[in-house]
Design a protein around this ligand. Structure first.
Ligand SMILES: *Cc1c(COP(=O)(O)O)cnc(C)c1O
Length: 387
């Protein structure tokens, strides 16, 4: 296979070799069911508990506050539906306009069923205003669900401030931290977060495994009903290799947290500087002072994000665009629209997301290619102002 330069780590990440190595015995030798009475199954149950401990260590919480799920989507759905079921008389959910579909879609469905959904707005920099939350929080609110950091822009939200407002009103607070884990230090013990979602495949573990943290004492009705796995909180025979892999990935995430915030951040900043210097009429989307260290979202005026991706792809460069080419029409993403990014800029937005596997050489290569690509596309673009 030809060389791939992977700058799409907010979509998914490479599984770390050490994670694969940790998982392998659980496909073969250790295939027992952790719920079995015999010690062959018990050996597997012990491995699950070890993984739970490693994740609790990364998050700074208790091991019994960790529920394994099939991923970020299930964790979010569980937090939402499980909380509503625990507070059947409350009919309102507060979230934001820029959540991942794994929060927005269940909320839209609940709206159809008569729930009131309030979506907080963001400003032009993609920032959330906690004062707006304070105004709309009321006794009818069953849940506040607000992401820790946005997957498209990397903007980090004032999660502790939000959690403190919720706690003062006695309203449970869930955060989709899928993009924040491993990039931002998280210490749940001294936090106002009641529930937190994370996903394995965003932190160098496989797809199909995730976690919902539920603080001791927080009420949650099980969402997936079945056997008594996960202390009766999530039915279904455990994804043992996935869990063991996620445990290893959590341990590595802790080790690499500093690297993300120094080396990876510097690479991201260098790429940003190179793009802004070589591409006229380009601008960064999202608050540059409060962003995930790995994420860079840039708008290139007068060109389609999709066209940029296609040309990057010819060099083996993987990135993603802020417009979704579904149903044939190019709609700017809901995040760009919520931020009020102008039409022409939103269409030309591209997200570069780095990881601990990203090298200086790769960033230099992308930095060399992007200027000529934008120049070439603008020569063809019907939107370009005549100079
Ligand atoms: C990827 C992602 C999800 C979904 O996680 P899956 O494990 O793919 O279901 C949810 N929220 C955010 C912010 C994400 O980036």
């Amino acid at each position: 296979m030809e060389r791939v330069i992977y700058l799409d780590n907010n979509a998914t990440t490479k599984v770390d070799d050490a994670v694969i190595e940790e998982m392998m015995p659980y496909f073969g030798q250790w295939y027992g069911n952790p719920s079995s009475m015999h010690s062959f199954g018990g050996r597997v149950a012990k491995s699950i508990q070890e993984a739970r401990g490693r994740i609790a260590e990364l998050l700074g919480c208790q091991a019994d506050e960790i529920i394994f799920t099939s991923g970020g989507t299930e964790s979010n759905n569980t937090a939402i539906h499980g909380t509503l079921a625990a507070y059947p008389r409350k009919r309102k959910i507060i979230t934001t306009r820029v959540e991942h579909p794994a929060v927005l879609s269940p909320c839209r469905q609940l709206e159809q069923q008569g729930y009131e959904i309030y979506e907080l707005s963001v400003d032009r920099q993609g920032r959330l205003n906690a004062d707006e939350l304070a105004e709309v929080l009321d006794d009818n609110t069953a849940l506040v669900s607000i992401m820790y950091a946005n997957n498209e822009t990397g903007v980090i939200f004032p999660i502790e401030e939000i959690g403190a407002l919720c706690r003062a009103r006695g309203v449970p607070f869930h955060t989709d931290a899928v993009q924040a884990v491993g990039k931002v230090p998280i210490h749940l013990k001294d936090s106002t977060i009641d529930m937190l979602s994370l996903s394995g495949h965003k932190i160098h573990a496989p797809k199909g495994i995730g976690v919902l943290f539920v603080r001791r004492g927080v009420r949650l009705v099980p969402f997936i009903l079945g056997g008594h796995q996960e202390s009766g909180r999530r039915g279904g025979t455990e994804n043992v290799p996935g869990i063991v892999g996620l445990g290893k990935a959590a341990q590595l995430a802790q080790q690499y947290l500093n690297d993300e915030n120094t080396r990876v951040r510097a690479l991201r900043d260098a790429l940003e500087a190179k793009i802004l210097a070589t591409c006229p009429d380009s601008m960064v989307n999202g608050d540059r002072r409060n962003r995930l260290p790995n994420t860079l979202n840039v708008s290139f005026e007068y060109v389609e994000g999709e066209s940029i991706l296609m040309l990057l792809n010819q060099f083996g460069i993987c990135a993603s665009s802020g417009s979704a080419c579904t149903s044939g029409s190019l709609e700017p993403s809901h995040v760009m629209r919520a931020m009020g990014v102008p039409f022409t800029a939103a269409h030309g937005s591209v997200r570069f997301s780095l990881s601990r596997f990203t090298t200086q050489e790769e960033v230099d290569f992308v930095g060399e290619k992007i200027g000529p690509i934008i120049h070439r596309l603008r020569e063809l673009s019907p939107f370009v102002k005549s100079a």
